[in-house]
Design a protein around this ligand. Structure first.
Ligand SMILES: [Ca+2]
Length: 85
């Protein structure tokens, strides 16, 4: 089994911090832009995946793009339809 090095952990931590900062300054004006960074890419897919099949009040999390209270395939489709890369 391969060990995870400190460099890998540091890179992962940096990506996580950038995602969190993006969420903090979310503009929410771009459809499919879960992170609020103005782009629709793999980071938005990750956030939808992290909330997959969770339910709550409509729009309770950014991943609930269509604000129906359920993070599901419809939210994933919204991300894919507005993909900017
Ligand atoms: Ca939804």
């Amino acid at each position: 089994m391969r060990k995870i090095g400190m460099r890998t952990i540091a890179v992962f931590a940096m990506v996580l911090i950038l995602v969190c900062l993006s969420v903090a300054v979310a503009s929410a004006n771009t459809p499919g832009d879960v992170t609020g960074d103005g782009r629709v890419n793999v980071l938005d897919l990750i956030l939808v995946g992290q909330s997959w099949q969770l339910t709550g009040e409509p729009g309770w999390v950014a991943a609930d793009m269509n604000t129906d209270g359920w993070v599901n395939i419809l939210d994933l489709v919204m991300v894919c339809q507005h993909w900017t890369g």
